[in-house]
Design a protein around this ligand. Structure first.
Ligand SMILES: NC(=[NH2+])NCCC[C@H](N)C(=O)O
Ligand SMILES: [Mn+2]
Ligand SMILES: [Mn+2]
Length: 301
């Protein structure tokens, strides 16, 4: 039998937010044993190494458009989109390690043209639906989902030469507990499906994931999982730049990944925002790798 292929792409990007160190995320995730873990599940793993990220000078950080390091983020997104596209053309499953969440701009740009109706599961404490007008921080990692909807600066929305990358009705956000005003407006206006912590508490993770899967399954021909480690509670995943109390537990996250695995809908995935400098003995990278285990079919018995 031919083994299923997974291709790993590391993206050592930290310019989409203000806390240095998240560029070391790919190393931390590899160090936590991801390749060995997935090989045990009988996958053939191709580690493509890391995308090269420029090191712009500090004065590129703030520009009057409220988009920090716009040029560097846009260049990195271009490179990532090309690489992701190549992986899909080679019939391998793209598994991307961040880096901050701005990398999703490039990931989705590389993926989306391969699908008529791409679905996205955005597992995150945040909506990442800001624009330069609504962003309180100017940090591009708070904008990738808006950008992928075609809302934002032309240098970001036109990566890979087309826009939008995803339709609002094909998005499910899971774990939200920190939304800015502009993000709330966009969610209502576009009718984006959101399971906040309230729904997760109330319905339980099983129901939430089953609903999310059946919502997406009927209308999409591929689903990208974009998992921001800050979706998980900071007690379980402390190594993130923008932690928010009251998050999804480690156990609930395993359950979510297991339900996704059973559903067979996931066609690409990325794990972002692991910051080893803020972490405790590589705990957050270890959590990320454990969740990948469940996502790719690990079973105890
Ligand atoms: N990917 C993330 N961790 N995003 C956090 C975004 C925080 C805040 N909403 C902002 O736009 O600045
Ligand atoms: Mn987040
Ligand atoms: Mn995020």
């Amino acid at each position: 039998m031919v083994k299923k292929q997974i291709s790993i792409i590391g993206v050592p990007m930290d310019l989409g937010q203000s806390r240095r160190g998240v560029d070391m995320g790919p190393s931390a995730i590899r160090y936590a044993g991801v390749v060995e873990r997935l090989e045990k599940l009988n996958y053939e793993i191709h580690d493509m190494g890391d995308i090269e990220i420029g090191r712009p000078s500090k004065d590129e950080e703030v520009n009057d458009g409220n988009l920090k390091y716009l040029r560097a983020v846009s260049e990195a997104s271009d490179k990532l989109a090309l690489e992701v596209n190549r992986v899909i053309e080679s019939k391998s499953f793209p598994l991307i390690f961040g880096g901050d969440h701005s990398i999703a701009i490039g990931t989705l740009a590389g993926i989306s043209k391969h699908y008529k109706n791409l679905g996205v599961i955005w597992y995150d404490a945040h909506g990442d639906l800001n624009t330069s007008e609504t962003s309180p921080s100017g940090n591009i990692h708070g904008m990738p989902l808006a950008v992928s909807l075609g809302i934002g600066h032309p240098a970001l929305i036109n990566i890979a030469g087309y826009s939008p990358k995803v339709r609002p009705e094909n998005i499910v956000i899971i774990g939200a507990r920190s939304l800015d005003e502009g993000e709330r407006v966009l969610i209502r206006e576009k009718g984006i499906k959101v399971y906040t912590m309230h729904e997760i508490d109330r319905l339980g993770m099983t129901k939430v994931m089953e609903e999310a899967v059946s919502y997406l399954k009927s209308k999409t021909d591929g689903v990208h999982l974009s998992l921001d480690l800050d979706g998980i509670d900071p007690s379980d995943a402390p190594g993130v730049g923008t932690p928010v109390l009251g998050g999804i537990s480690y156990r609930e996250s395993h359950l979510a990944m297991e339900i996704l695995e059973e559903s067979n809908i996931i066609t690409s995935a990325e794990f972002v925002e692991v910051n080893p400098i803020l972490d405790e003995r590589n705990k957050t990278a270890t959590v990320a790798v454990a969740l990948m285990g469940s996502l790719f079919g690990e079973k105890l018995l």
